[in-house]
Design a protein around this ligand. Structure first.
Ligand SMILES: [Zn+2]
Length: 304
């Protein structure tokens, strides 16, 4: 069972829709939203606009994820509200923003929530841009309550890195490989299932508890400012729950003989896989990869 987010999507069929705590649904939503941000950035750049990848870091502060995530939301609210924000919107020819909180964990440094922003504006006076940079830095570090909090700006020449920057999707594969480095929530869950060490479960529980609205402060994994998406009408109006439900309906490749043998031997494993199957084919595929139960295609690839 996954914790947090009671009442995911119910769209006629059984769907999970927990876009913060379910690795499958979170990956589906972040992947599509990242692609959408890239399409918007591409259209904007082609029409002579400017695009910025902005990364807002918290710096030193409390270690508990819930507290850090709250700080992240508070600091962001300071940047995008008040008279300074309104004046900046008028003066800087801003077309809009997309932003997303991303959480990783790393051995030694602990939790690192960052806010990743795509900002689209029009070329203007350099001093004006420097004023925007200075105001964001001041509001962000005040809101984060840390002088080590930082905002990094990077001008984008094209839209190639936008999807990864904005949405930072995490499918759990890094956790399954056991690779070092920064782990996303799905990686932590995959580690917990692979290694069954209580420390990984405790980390996962801390993430799931902190992923409630009261702590994370953000309604959606990726948010677009009003009107921005209308620049590219083909993006449509699919909700996060609808995106998750679409991924749940994705097809499942057939299982290998080895996978069936393992399932036949292990009743507890059967139950876990059945639970995933009830959430939809994409969830089942994730669970099978998690338990090392290969599909026919994967066996064929490994043999080749
Ligand atoms: Zn799900």
């Amino acid at each position: 069972m996954l914790l947090g987010e009671p009442g995911g999507a119910e769209l006629g069929s059984l769907a999970c829709g927990q876009v913060w705590t379910c690795p499958v649904c979170a990956y589906a939503v972040r992947t599509v939203r990242g692609q959408e941000a890239a399409v918007l950035a591409d259209a904007h750049l082609r029409s002579g606009g400017r695009a910025w990848a902005v990364t807002c870091e918290l710096g030193e502060g409390p270690q508990a994820l819930a507290a850090r995530w709250q700080l992240l939301s508070a600091a962001w609210r300071r940047v995008v509200s008040g008279s300074g924000w309104a004046a900046e919107s008028r003066r800087s020819n801003r077309a809009g923003l997309a932003w997303s909180p991303a959480v990783t964990w790393q051995d030694g440094t602990g939790w690192r929530p960052v806010l990743r922003v795509l900002l689209l504006d029009r070329p203007g006076r350099e001093e004006l841009h420097q004023e925007v940079v200075a105001r964001w830095a001041a509001q962000w570090s005040t809101g984060a309550g840390s002088s080590t909090a930082q905002v990094y700006w990077r001008a984008l020449a094209d839209s190639s890195g936008v999807a990864e920057h904005v949405a930072a999707p995490c499918d759990g594969s890094a956790g399954r490989r056991g690779s070092a480095g920064a782990l996303g929530p799905a990686d932590i869950l995959a580690r917990a299932r692979c290694e069954d060490r209580s420390s990984w479960w405790e980390l996962w529980q801390e993430y799931a508890r902190a992923a409630t609205p009261a702590h994370r402060g953000h309604r959606a994994p990726v948010t677009f400012t009003r009107g921005l998406r209308s620049a590219v009408p083909s993006l449509g109006h699919r909700t996060d729950a609808e995106l998750a439900a679409e991924s749940a309906r994705a097809g499942l490749p057939p299982l290998s003989g080895r996978a069936w043998q393992a399932l036949a031997r292990d009743g507890a494993l059967q139950l876990r896989v059945l639970d995933a199957a009830l959430r939809g084919p994409a969830h089942l595929a994730w669970s099978l990869a998690d338990h090392g139960l290969p599909t026919v295609d994967q066996v064929r690839l490994a043999a080749a």
